[in-house]
Design a protein around this ligand. Structure first.
Ligand SMILES: [Zn+2]
Ligand SMILES: [Zn+2]
Length: 259
């Protein structure tokens, strides 16, 4: 069993073959998928996909790329949707200083606001941090984000940052990029982190692992990430699958998942 803690099944890339994608995930041992609606136009679809599949869950929020679109209605709408019983986390929220699709100042303010909203909703957060490690840590600390906890998804910081995130009560989610040839430094970090602090994710349709790099990513490929972790840590694949599954169920507060 495996859990894909972060995918984007509501995106247009899956419009044509969503059910096949879900079946392939099931056939490769994936018991639950968390689909992340990152902007208003995607929330309802993510919500509906979760509600029509027993072991698909939704994560809703405003991605740092889209925070410039937040208006008076945004948080009211999210507050409402997040009451749904299949919504298990708030996100992805954070900072993306690589693409800067929203102005940095706006990203910083909206990140703070959304942490406060997640706490009010009593949901763990899913954090997106790209080239904004110091600022991300600073905000998580000053906003006391450890009170809601959650996941640093597609982790890209160094070991010291990972350690600080764990100390605040966060888990580290490992994407398919760990299989890439140039991922030596990240592999080293994962090697040093306790398995109890790690989740696996695809971020599908993005970040496709080897051997499918270059193609569309999908939840069934999460096993290549788990396999790579097993190889790096020199432990059986089954152990990685089992422990990362228990970790995900704990973080999201779910008893058991089954597709
Ligand atoms: Zn992200
Ligand atoms: Zn994502």
């Amino acid at each position: 069993m495996l859990i894909d803690s972060h995918a984007h099944l509501e995106m247009p890339e899956f419009k044509g073959d969503l059910e096949e994608v879900i079946q392939r995930a099931k056939a490769s041992g994936v018991t639950s998928i968390f689909t992340v609606g990152t902007e208003r136009k995607d929330w309802k679809r993510a919500f509906d996909i979760a509600n029509s599949h027993p072991s698909i869950y939704a994560i809703l929020g405003v991605h740092p790329h889209n925070v410039k679109e937040i208006d008076d209605l945004t948080y009211a709408e999210l507050r409402d949707l997040c009451q749904g019983e299949k919504v298990k986390a708030y996100g992805e929220i954070g900072l993306d200083f690589f693409r800067n699709l929203s102005p940095r100042e706006v990203q910083l303010d909206r990140f703070r606001e959304q942490i406060a909203l997640a706490k009010e909703l009593k949901l763990p957060i899913v954090v997106h941090d790209r080239e904004a490690h110091q600022e991300t840590l600073e905000i998580l600390r000053s906003e006391k984000a450890g009170e809601c906890g959650g996941i640093i998804h597609c982790f890209s910081g160094d070991y010291d940052m990972a350690k600080k995130c764990l100390d605040m009560g966060f888990t580290i989610s490992v994407p398919g990029s760990i299989t890439f040839k140039n991922a030596g430094e990240f592999q080293d970090i994962v090697k040093r982190l306790p398995l109890e602090s790690i989740l696996v994710e695809t971020d599908a349709p993005y970040l496709t692992p080897v051997p499918f790099r270059g193609k569309r990513n999908e939840p069934s490929y999460v096993r290549y990430t788990a396999q790579k972790i097993a190889e790096i840590k020199k432990i059986p694949f089954e152990k990685v699958a089992e422990v990362t599954t228990v970790n995900a169920l704990r973080v999201f507060g779910i008893k058991e998942g089954r597709l």
